[in-house]
Design a protein. Sequence first.
Lengths: 858, 582
Amino acid sequence: MAEQTPPGTRRKTHWSVRLIDRAARVVISVGGLLVIAAVLLVCVFLTIVVLPLFGGSRVGAPRILTVDGFRADPIAVRVDEYVSLAWAIDRDWSVLAFRPDTGEVLERTSPFGGVLPSAGSIDVERTDAIFGYADGSIRQAQFRFVSEILSGEQVPDPLRQLSRGERATLDGRVYESIGGGQVRGQRLDIQLDDPTPAASSAIRLIDEAHVSSGYVIAAFTADGALLTKSVTKRTNLMTGQVTTRLSGAETPIPLPEGAGQPQRLLLTGNGDCVFLIWPDGTTVRIDTRDINRPVIAETIDLAPDPGVEITSAAFLLGRSSLLIGDSTGRVGLWFRTKPDDAGTSDGVRLRLARSFDGDGSPIVALGPASRKRMVSFATASGVVEARFTTNGKRLASVQTPGTTFGSVGITPKGDAIVATSGDQVWIWPFESKHPESSFASIAGKVWYEGYNQPEHIWQSSSGTDDFEEKFGLVPLVFGTIKATVYCMIFGLPVAILAAIYTSEFMPRRARATVKPMIEMMASLPSVVLGFLAAIIFAPFVERVVPATLTAIVLIPIGLVFGSCLWQLLPRSLAIRHARQRPWAMGCTVAAAIGAASILGPVVERLLFAGDIKGWLDGGLGSAAPGWMVLLTPVCVGSGLLVKSRMIHAWARTGDRASSARRTAIVDLMLFVSIVGAGLAAAYAIGSLLAATGLDLRGSVVDTYVQRNALIVGFVMGFAVIPIIYTVAEDALNSVPEHLRAASLGAGATPWQTAWRVIVPTAMSGLFSATMIGFGRAVGETMIVLMAAGNTSILEWNVFNGFRTLSANIAVELPEAVQGSTHYRMLFLAALVLFIMTFVVNTVAEVIRQRFRRRAFQL
Amino acid sequence: MTGDHQAPSGNAARRTRGGRAGLSLLAEGQMMVWLTGGGFVVSLAMIVGLVSLIIVKGSTTFWPQAVTRITLVPGGAVMGEVSRDETYRPREEDVRSMVGDRSEETIRAVAEAGGLARRRMLRTGNFDLSGSHFTWVSQFQVVQEESPEWAIVVERLSWGRFYGEPARFLTDGQVTADSPAEAWRQFEAQHAEGRRAWNRAVHIERHEIGALNRRLEQARLEARKVAIRKGADSPDHASAIAAADRLAAELEPEFRRLESEIQRIRAEQARHVLVLRAADGQEKSFTPPEIVRAYPANQLSLGQKVGIYTSRWREFLLDEPREANSEGGVFPAIFGTVTMTLLMSVAVVPFGILAALYMREYARGGLVISSVRIAVNNLAGVPSIVFGVFGLGFFCYFVGGGIDSLFYKERLPSPTFGTGGVMWAALTLALLTLPVVIVATEESLAAVPRSMREGSYGCGASKWQTIWRIVLPRATPGIMTGAILAMARGAGEVAPLMLVGAVKLAPELPIDGISPFVHPERSFMHLGFHIYDLGFQSQNSEAAKPMVYTTTLLLILIIACLNLAAIWLRARLSRRFRTSQF
C-alpha cells in the first residue's frame, strides 16, 4: 500500500499507520453498520414471526382412490391421525378397514351379524358409537385405532427393509417406519357390546354422549317417545361378564302439527339437551338436564325461509354448537345463548351465530373436524370446502364438477379433507397453520360460542380441549390506552407544572440539587413501583376512597387558597421570604391532604349515602353526587378563569388604584366565593344531569376493585413524571436567555414572562416531552402487571382494572408453545406495542429536532 | 430564579404601594405560580416519600422485636410479634363469634366507641400447628397481655417461624433439663456444633455427591453423543455404554460411603432435642440443626439485638433462600444480577462505542444517518417487554435452538442453550441499553472541541490516530457515564428477564468452581424478579413482605450507587472540560 503514495509527497506516512487507519475504518464501519442492523433486526424479526398468522392456506391436488367393494355412500368413514388407516361402515352394515393412501382393503367384517341396526350414531370426537334396533334394544360400540410402536427385535422381518416414512401392510395392520429402527403399526379394533333392551318399540333415531358420570343415551322410538337413559356398567368379578343397566325415562313427545316424523336426533356433549330436527327445519329442543323428566324447552325453525330443507346436521367440536346444512347451500352455526328474557325452562335460546355460504346448490354432506373448530362440507354441484368456524376463514375450497359426495370429513390433525363418492375416496391435503387468526377476528367483534352477542375478547387458554380460543387484541389495546390515559391525566400536569416551576421560579442553586432528585425517580425499577402499588397503595386507598377523591379536588383548591393567603403577607415579608415559598406550598399540600382525610368520611356521609362502594355499585343514592365531584374542578376552574380573564382585566382598566393589601383581601374573598359558587353550580348541574337520567356509574366510575386504574395511574406517575419533567425542563431551559431578559426588562412579571414568552417558545419541546412520557406509559409492564388486576375488560371505569398488551405478554409468553398461534399472537401484540411507541417517539423526536433548530434561530 | 425580586423599590415603591400596587400584585400571577409549585412539591414529595418508605421498612425488618403473649376472651392464648395495628369497624356477628358469652357488653362498648375497635395483627408463626402465620387480635378480645421472659423466637429450616417457651431439653431420650433457663442453656451449648455438622452434611450432599453424579451424567452423555455420531449399533457406542456402566460400578462404594457419612451426622445430631411449648400448650421438638437462629426476644440487651440484626443481614446477603424464597438470603439473586449486568456491559459497551464512532466520525451526514440516529434514539423508548419477546424468539429459540441442534444433540429434547439463560438475558438487555450507550458516546464525542481534532490533523496524525489519541481519551468519562447508566437501567429491568431466563430459584450459580467455570446457558436469579416473585407468586405473601422490602432496598441501593457513580463521573467530566477549554 505504501508504494501507492502519490509522487510529490515529501514525507511518507508510515505504512503501519495507514494500515491501521484503514483497518480501523473498516472495523468501525462494519461494526457500526452491524449494530444498526441489529437494531433493525428487532422489528424485522418480530414481523417475520408474525407474518405466518396472516398466511393463506394451501390445498394440494386430490388423491382419488377406488376402494374395492365400497357401495355408494357409506354410513360413516373415519381416518386415523397419520392418514395411514381408515374404516367405513358400509350401507349393508359391514365394516371395512382400508388404507387411505392406496385404497387397499385390509379386512371386511360383519360385526353386526344377522340382525341389522335400525339407527346408529358414531361420535366424531371420541371412539364411541351407539346403535338401536327394531326390537327396542340398544348396543354400545367402540371403533378404535390402536397404535403400537415396535423396535429392535420386535420388528417382523418383512418390515425391516422399510425406509423412513414407507408403509407396508401385514396381518391386517398398516406399518410405517418412523426412523431409528422403529416401526409404528396401526390396526382397527372394534368392540361391540351385547344388545340391552331399552325401549318398548323400535328405535328410529339414537345418539349418545359421554358425560363425567358415564354415558347418556337419547333415542326416538317408533311410538313417538323420547328415550333418555343413563348407562351403568358393572363387571362381575367372578365371571368377568359385563352387565349394562339403564336408568331414565321414556317420555312421549307431543310432535308439531303436520310435520311428520323427525329426521335427526342430536344429544349435546354434556347430555343436557336433545335436538329433534325435522327436514323442513322445525326443531324441538328438549331440556334433559334431568334425564328422568325431559321438558320441551323451545321449538324453533332452523330454516325459516319457505321451501328450504335441512339436508345435514352435526355438532361442532365440543358437541354444543349445531352445524346445519340446508338446500340453499348454506351452513349455519347455531348455538345456545343466555339472554335475560329467554323464557325457556333452562334459560337459554338457540341462535344463529353465523353462516357459511357455499355455491348455492344444496349441501349434501357435512363433516366437522374432531380436534379443531373446523367444518368441511360438500355441495350437490361438487364444491368441497373447509372452514374455520370461529372466524369463517376459508381453509380449503375445491371444485369437482359432476361428482356428488356422500360423506365428507376432516382428518384428526386437520390437514386433509376426506370425501367419499360412490366407491371412490377423495383426499385433499391442505395446510393452514393458523386458522384461528384473521384480521377480522383480531380487530373486530366475534360471536364466540355461548356468548349473547359478538364481542371483543382475549382469552387464550383454558382447561378443556374443546375450548374456543379468543384472540381479540382490542381489549388489550384498550387496556393499554386506558392505563396511559389515566396515568397521563395525573402525571402530565404535575410534571409540566413542576418543570415550569423549577425552570422559571427557582433559584439556580436549588435547581441544581432538586433536579437530579426528581430524575432519580426515573431510575427506580418499575418492579419496585409495582410492588408498592399492589401491596401498599392498593389496600391503603381501598380503605380511604372518599378521602382520596376529596384530596384530588382539595389539593389544587388548597394551593390557590394558599396563594391568596400568601398575597396577604406584607410585601416586604413576602419578598424577604420568597425562598421559603416552596415550604409554604409543601405545608399547603400537606394541609390539604390532612383536610381531605378529615373531610373524606363527611363527604362520604353527605354525598355517597355513607358507603361509597355501595354507591359505586349503583345500589345506593342518586347520580348527582358523582357528577358533582366530576364537575367541581370544572366549575371552580372556569370560575377562576373568569376571574383572571374578566375581573382582572376590568381591574386593570382605568385608574382603579388600590393598595396591595386591599387587592389581596378582595382576591381572597373572590376566591372563596368562586369556590362556593363552583360547588353550588356543580351540585345544580349534577342534579340536573341526574334528573335527566344520566349517570356516571356504568361509564367512568363503577364497582370498586382493589387493583384499579386509579392506583396504576398514580403509581405509573412515578415512572412517567421524571421523564416528562426532564425533557420539559430542558426545553424550557434552552429558551434563549435574551428572551427572558427582554421580557423582564420590559416590565413583565416572572409569571407573565413564563406564561407569555417562555412556554409558547418551548411549546414544541413540551409537546415532545408529553409524547415521550406517553411512550413510556404505553410500554410499562411491571406496574400494570402487578397492580392492574389483569382482567381484560372493555370499560373506562377508573375503579376497575384492565389488562395491557405488555402485561399480557409477560403473563402468557412463558407458557406459549413455540410456533403456535398463541405464540405468534403474542409476538403480534409485541409488534403492535413496538409500532405504537415507535410512532409516538418518532413524532416526538422529529418535533424536538425542529424545536432545537428554531431555538437556535431565536 | 428571579421571581420575587421584581418588587418595586425605593421611592417608586413607596409611591405605587398606595396606588397601583394592587395591580402589580395581580400581575404576579401568584395563583398560577403556586399551582406550578404544587406540581413540583407533589413530585418531590412522591420521590422522597417513596424512598424513605422503602428505607424505613427495609432497614427495620431485621430488628428483633419483643414478643407479646395475649390471653383471649374465649380462652386460649396467642404469642407473637405485633406486626400491624389499626382501627376497624367490626360487624356485630363477628364480635359475637369472637367473644362468645360476653358479646352484649362488648357490642355496647364498641358502639360507644363510635363503632370502631382497635385490632392488632400478630405474627404468631407455628404454621405446622395452627395452619396460619398471622392472627388478628381485636382489643375487646384481650384479657391479659404480658411479655413472657422465656419467649423464644425460632427461625427454622422449614415451616417458617416458631414462637414458644422452652419446656425441656433431651439427650438420648433422657430429660436433662426441665426449666426454661436450663433447657435454653443446654440448647445454646449444643446449637453451634449442630449447625456446623448440618452444614457439613449439606456440603457432602451437594458438592461431593453432586460431583459424582456429574461424572456419571458426563459418561452417559458421552455415550449418547457416540450413538448420534456413529449410530446406535456401532461398537463405539457399546464400549461407551460399557465405560459408563463401569464408572457407575466404580463410584458405587463412594456413593455409599458418603451417604452413610450423612446418616451418621444426622443420627448424631438427632440425639439432642429441644422441646418448646407454644402459647396454646402444644409442644414441638427440635433438633439443633433444624434451628437456624433462636433468641429469647424479651431478654435481649441492645448489643444482642444489634448482633441479631447484623447476623440477619449477613444471612440475607450471603446465604441461599429457604422456604420458597420467603426466608434466608438472596445471595444467588445478587450474584445473578451482578453477573448478568457485567455480561451485559461487556456486550453493550464495545458495540455501542463502535456504532457511535461510526455515526459520529465515519458516516457521511445525510438523511440516512439522521434517520438512523432518530431510530436509535427511539429505540430507547421501545418498551422493554418488546425486547424480551425478541430475545426469547431470536436468542433463545432461534440462535439457542440452532446451537443445541449443532453441538448439544445428545441432550435433546431437553434444551441447553435453547431456553432462557444468563447469556441470552445479557444480550437482550444489551440490545435494550444500546441506545443509552450510543447516545452518551455520541454526545461526548461531539463535545470534544473541533479545534483539538484540527490540531491533531494539522500535526499530521491520521484519522484513527486522532480518534485513538485525542478524541477517545477526552470522551472516556462521557462513555463511562453512558455505560454506568446502561448498567443501572439493565440492573433494574425485570419484564424482559421474565421471558429470557430469570427464574424463581436457581441454586446453581452461572459462575462456579465446576469446569468450565462459566455457564452462560444457566438460568439465574435476579433481585428484581425476586421482588416480583415474592410479592405475587408466593404462597404466603404476608410473611414474605419483610423480605420484599429488604430486597427492594438492596436493589435500589445498587441502582442508586450506579447512578451516583454516573453523576460523579459527569461532574468530573465537566470539570475537566472547564480546565482545558481553549
